[in-house]
Design a protein around this ligand. Structure first.
Ligand code: AMP
Ligand code: MG
Length: 364
């Protein structure tokens, strides 16, 4: 570890990867103990429990190590406060998970992450300290505790996402994808089945530091497992490329994506999966192109849905812009107010893909 200390943001990276790994242990517990089979009953509480629990654990680690940093996180704790039966039960359930989810390695758990949260009240305060407005100055973490909630509920893809911006530039990105296969040549599919969560051979942590490349490593339960460098797939023939897109038709225009694929001569069906697992997948060459095509004129993308993925793809040799060709600008606050949609692809083919996107969507 001594040599890695000389890398820029070495400590931030270590803390972020371990915090994401610990939070992923919590979300997997929630899935096993609460979520399985709840989708048909339309019970959203597993998402709520997992979201709040993972947010509390990650912010605890950030506060312990970087007390002056700001945090932009998706959730706030109002729903958990108060004396009503629902709030009391929800708070107790989340507190029980937060109190008892630990990395199985004392150096990582206590030495790096700072150990357990002190009390249920401290947990609520931690959750609420993710209320930064974001912006272009200083150190700001962006956190999505469970990205892809629909995937999480059905035992499909979801991601625990954490990125650090410094003066508006993303410097560190980490994605925990508990249900992605460790083996990147395994066939990709959105749904891995309820029994796959926590199964052997699944669970990947992607990470990147700006200017230092991107890595993946198997997700573990203690200290970090060994990492390897990853890269987007070199593509000479665009027609052999494959698309990743959202499962939710409301999040990206799937009809538009099909027309773009046709224009590019791509015949393979797109791989649909929830969450920033899409960014991770193209960063390791398990897919090639990720399009997020706006379905509404007014929707503003949230920074926590893209911070980590954007850096990981760029550090893996990809290029990421919006549909107008601009880089994603994370310095505008909690949303990507100045961007529309996302076009992510290996650098060598990005321009061709963007051109097709603009022709089909008539962007100008
Ligand atoms: P995905 O799993 O890639 O479909 O994206 C999940 C994310 O989509 C969620 O975290 C939401 O923040 C975000 N989202 C919600 N509504 C929209 C929308 N209308 N367009 C694009 N993204 C959305
Ligand atoms: Mg999200």
């Amino acid at each position: 570890m001594a040599s890695s200390d000389s890398l820029p943001y070495a400590k931030e990276l270590l803390v972020a990867e371990l915090a994401v790994q610990r939070a992923s242990l919590l979300t997997k517990r929630v899935f096993h103990e609460t979520a399985k089979g709840t989708v048909s009953k339309d019970d959203k509480s597993p998402v709520t429990i997992g979201d709040f629990g993972a947010q509390a654990l990650i912010i605890a680690a950030l506060r312990h190590n970087f007390p002056a940093d700001q945090i932009v996180a998706e959730e706030e704790s109002a729903q958990l406060r108060g004396d009503g039966d629902d709030a009391t039960a929800l708070r107790a359930r989340i507190w029980d998970l937060v109190r008892t989810t630990k990395l199985d390695d004392d150096v990582a758990e206590t030495g790096v992450l700072g150990g357990a949260v002190r009390s249920a009240d401290a947990m609520l305060e931690l959750i609420d300290s993710g209320d930064s407005k974001g912006g272009r100055s200083g150190r700001i973490w962006a956190l999505d505790p469970i990205d892809g909630t629909k995937g999480f509920l059905r035992g499909g893809q979801y991601a625990v996402c954490l990125g650090l911006m410094v003066d508006g530039e993303v410097e560190v990105g980490v994605l925990g994808c508990p249900n992605l296969p460790v083996d990147d040549s395994a066939p990709l599919s959105a749904d891995v089945g309820a029994d796959a969560t926590d199964a052997e051979g699944r669970g990947v942590i992607f990470a990147a530091v700006r200017g230092r490349g991107a890595t993946s490593r198997p997700m573990g339960k203690g200290g970090l497992r060994e990492s390897r460098a990853i890269s987007t797939r070199p593509i000479s023939d665009l027609s052999a490329a494959s698309f990743c897109e959202s499962v939710e038709a409301g999040h990206s225009n799937q009809g538009g994506a099909a027309q773009i694929a046709q224009k590019l001569g791509i015949t393979r069906p797109s791989i649909r999966m929830d969450s920033q697992a899409k960014y991770g997948s193209i960063a390791r060459g398990a897919g090639d192109i990720y399009l997020r095509l706006p379905t509404s004129k007014t929707y503003q993308e949230k920074i926590w849905d893209h911070t980590a993925g954007d850096l990981i793809v760029r550090e893996a040799g990809g290029y990421v812009t919006d549909i107008t060709g601009k880089r994603l600008d994370f310095g505008h606050g909690r949303t990507l107010a100045e961007n529309k949609g996302v076009v992510a692809a290996p650098a060598a083919i990005h321009a061709q893909v963007l051109k097709a996107v603009q022709e089909v969507l008539e962007v100008n």
